[in-house]
Design a binder for this molecule. Structure first.
Ligand code: F6R
Length: 368
């Protein structure tokens, strides 16, 4: 049931505070440790891991890109992220010391399933992050972390993505705990921040009018670009994918630092460019992204800036400003993505498209 919403997708976007809270439920013991009961891989095996490889497709792949920043930062274990359909066919280097993490909302994606079968043949341990109880991918993995988002009906993934990102943070912190890289107080502080995320996601939803107004202004554009750095880069990719899928508009996400290596040639007067700005705490990155905004604005682009509330430095160069609640850089995807999901949903609605069933797409891609 759509519960009064026009689309399942919009309903699912608004369910995200609860979905993310459910992913977190019961992960924290009274002693203050993080527990992931489902990860039945012995801690000795997790301590031996010398490489983490994340394999997934589409939006789930972007969740994996976010995870890489967090997992490497917290565990200092090298982490690669790969599109499942590429991984399987390139003779990847994996062995029993590799931990393969697979991310799939449906748990039935054929490319991802083939990738984990290949990984297990090489005796790697496989942990699945999945939203569907008893699906094939978790059944064929050594362990599973369920995201508990509830059924996702809209073809475009929304709460699936946010809960995957949350599950990845939990896995990263758990690995850091098991491997002795992070201790009680640090883990507790980060878990405390994660526990505040549902309320902050709600804040983005409550303050979404500017995003909806922007969608009305930008319908029928031919092309839209998205820029970000660090974890803002996968957010940019996800923002672009949502727009392609739902509004059938050409949309591309770039790492903002790559702009001068080519994409800046695309900038022309009036071109809408979304820019995800890291929180000001990360001074260097913040400054660099702000200078990217100046560069594209000087060439006439219409800059749509997503930045922390009160970030007047970024706002100075914004034609439209979308304010985000203050969070740590690593956790910013949980709030920034929500604004981009709403934008794509609203734009596609205004253009008269079927948001829940975009053309040519299937919810679960069970063929390679
Ligand atoms: C995009 C989308 C797809 C899926 C991809 C993987 O909105 O839904 O890109 O993310 O097909 O699907 P799962 O996560 O079910 O393996």
């Amino acid at each position: 049931q759509k519960d009064g919403y026009d689309w399942f997708m919009r309903k699912e976007i608004f369910e995200q505070p609860e979905a993310v809270a459910n992913t977190l439920l019961g992960r924290f013991t009274e002693k203050g440790d993080l527990t992931l009961d489902e990860v039945r891989i012995p801690p000795e095996d997790l301590r031996r891991v010398n490489k983490i490889v994340i394999v997934a497709c589409g939006t789930s792949f972007y969740a994996g890109l976010v995870a890489k920043y967090a997992i490497e930062h917290w565990t200092r274990v090298p982490c690669e992220v790969e599109i499942a359909s590429e991984f399987r066919y390139r003779d990847p280097i994996i062995d029993p010391m590799t931990l393969v993490v697979t991310i799939s909302q449906s748990g039935e994606t054929a490319d991802t399933l083939m990738a984990i079968r290949h990984a297990r043949e090489q005796h790697a341990k496989v942990i699945a992050i999945c939203n569907t109880n008893g699906a094939t991918i978790p059944r064929e993995s050594d362990a599973v972390i369920y995201t508990h988002a509830g059924p996702e009906i809209g073809v475009a993934s929304t709460k699936g993505f946010l809960t995957q990102v949350m599950a990845c943070y939990l896995l990263g912190l758990y690995l850091a705990q098991v491997r002795g890289m992070k201790y009680g107080d640090e883990i507790r502080a980060m878990m405390g921040e994660l526990e505040r995320m549902p309320g902050l996601i709600q804040q983005v939803l409550d303050d979404s009018q500017p995003v909806l107004d922007l969608a009305a202004q930008l319908k029928n554009r031919r092309s839209v670009l998205f820029l970000g750095r660090h974890v803002g880069y996968p957010v940019a990719l996800e923002g672009a994918l949502k727009l392609k899928e739902l509004a059938y508009i050409h949309a591309e996400g770039f790492a903002a630092g790559e702009l001068k290596h080519g994409p800046i040639a695309l900038i022309e007067p009036g071109l809408p460019v979304f820019v995800v700005v890291p929180p000001r705490g990360r001074d260097q990155l913040h400054e660099k992204v702000v200078s990217n905004i100046q560069e594209i604005r000087a060439r006439g682009a219409k800059t749509i800036v997503l930045a922390e509330e009160g970030d007047d430095v970024a706002e100075r160069y914004a034609d439209s400003f979308i304010s985000l609640p203050p969070v740590s850089t690593l956790f910013q995807p949980l709030v920034a993505t929500v604004a981009l999901q709403l934008f794509a949903c609203e734009l596609a609605t205004q253009m008269g498209h079927d948001v829940d069933q975009p053309r040519n797409l299937a919810k679960s891609v069970t063929v390679e």
